[in-house]
Design a protein around this ligand. Structure first.
Ligand code: AMP
Length: 389
């Protein structure tokens, strides 16, 4: 989930910016002000209680706010996330929001403060008052709203500054400028929520076909270094030519090249829910590189999966594949097949051992039909998404 609170004095542009955010990121919008105005219009008991307070520019009680918010959040617990506008407005409401998030087994990513001076805020509200039809957009009430803001709402910022999830943007630039700044923040937040999986297994264990199918099913980006290198050769790019030369001379492709390609892939992946890495990391060094790459994007490894298949079965599968159209350049002789298995044993098994000490490595039995293995892996990924909160 992506949960964001938009903060700022009346007139900062929270409503305007929200329109863009809910559309782009499909968030459920919660504006306590709008909800209260709806209650007033419907002449509900809650609305009647809130009406005179709003008309004087005061803040309605926390009890009322909890009542209108709680149900909405619960009813929409399957949303992509929530965008709060006008809430939390008091230090107490910041605690209330924490509690509501805990109830949904999630948390607030951050509070974004659209920073606007008092002078600018008054100017904008008076202007808005000419067309908004809002009874609280007039000079006398505006003064009171700003007084309440300074006394009761500004302390909310300290709550988030202390928690470390407070971010400020300059609200006195063009609407597009503010949108751009907020969008950048959200993108950073989203990358913290990525589900990053490494799928291990000996050559022939099915990690490639499973990885590709899983990526498709869950909206993950499949990052397989082998095919990425092949694609560069096919494109005959500068890197591709270097790689080809190395292949032809029996040399290993250096980490600098592999890392560059992965980095590009991560940077160019928009709207993905995470990554599935296959064939990388292959060595202990590469496992540190992957940690570094993900950290640079404010992200981290979420899950390690190992597909286990007995050696005899692997040799049978690879030998069979070598006689089909799916034959890989490295399947063509027994010698090559054995070399690949050996490489895995020597270089990659230590990586899995390292991960076993640091993470929960899920071992899945690969001696089953494609569908059964796929279903087991899917369950693991679904769990992974749940644990992202
Ligand atoms: P807004 O539309 O956010 O500017 O809110 C309009 C008015 O609704 C405010 O001046 C308050 O009287 C009331 N209100 C909105 N949200 C809250 C809240 N979280 N806590 C208390 N009062 C609120």
């Amino acid at each position: 989930m992506l949960n964001i609170a938009l903060f700022g004095p009346p007139g900062a542009g929270k409503g305007t910016q929200s329109e863009f955010l809910i559309k782009k990121y499909k968030l459920f919008y919660i504006s306590t002000g709008d909800m209260l105005r709806k209650e007033i219009k419907a002449k509900s008991k809650l609305g009647l209680e809130a009406k005179s307070i709003i008309e004087q520019g005061g803040l309605v009680s926390d009890e009322i706010i909890v009542q209108i918010i709680e149900k909405t959040i619960k009813d929409n617990s399957d949303a992509n996330g929530f965008l709060f506008d006008g809430f939390p407005r008091t230090y107490i409401q910041a605690y209330i929001l924490e509690g509501l998030m805990i109830k949904l087994n999630t948390s607030l990513n951050c509070l974004i403060n659209i920073d606007v001076s008092e002078k600018e805020s008054i100017k904008r509200l008076l202007n808005r008052g000419k067309t908004s039809g809002r009874s609280d957009d007039n000079e006398k009430v505006i003064k009171n709203r700003l007084k309440e803001y300074k006394e009761k709402t500004l302390p909310v910022l300290n709550f988030y500054k202390e928690k470390g999830n407070y971010i400020k943007v300059n609200g006195e630039q063009t609407i597009e400028g503010v949108t751009k700044d907020i969008d950048k923040i959200i993108k950073q937040e989203l990358s913290k929520n990525l589900l990053n999986i490494v799928i291990f297994g000996y050559p022939g264990s099915g990690r490639g076909s499973q990885g590709r199918a899983l990526a498709e099913k869950f909206g993950l980006e499949y990052v397989a270094t082998g095919p990425m290198l092949d694609a560069e050769i096919k494109k005959a790019s500068k890197i591709g030519k270097q790689i080809k030369q190395m292949y032809e001379n029996g040399l290993l492709v250096p980490d600098e090249i592999v890392v560059k390609l992965i980095e590009e892939k991560i940077a160019n992946s928009e709207d993905v829910k995470g990554f599935i890495f296959k064939g990388f990391p292959r060595t202990l060094v590469q496992s540190y590189i992957l940690d570094g790459l993900l950290k640079k994007h404010n992200s981290a490894l979420s899950k390690i999966i190992e597909i286990e298949v007995p050696t005899l079965e692997l040799i049978q599968r690879l030998d069979k594949r070598s006689k089909t159209d799916n034959c890989m350049p490295y399947d063509t002789s027994t010698e090559k097949i054995v070399q690949r298995l050996k490489d895995h044993e020597l270089k990659t098994i230590p990586v899995i051992e390292k991960y076993k000490q640091l993470h929960d490595v899920v071992v899945v039995d690969g001696m089953d039909s494609f569908e059964n293995v796929f279903n087991k892996l899917s369950d693991e990924i679904e769990n992974g998404f749940k644990n992202l909160r």
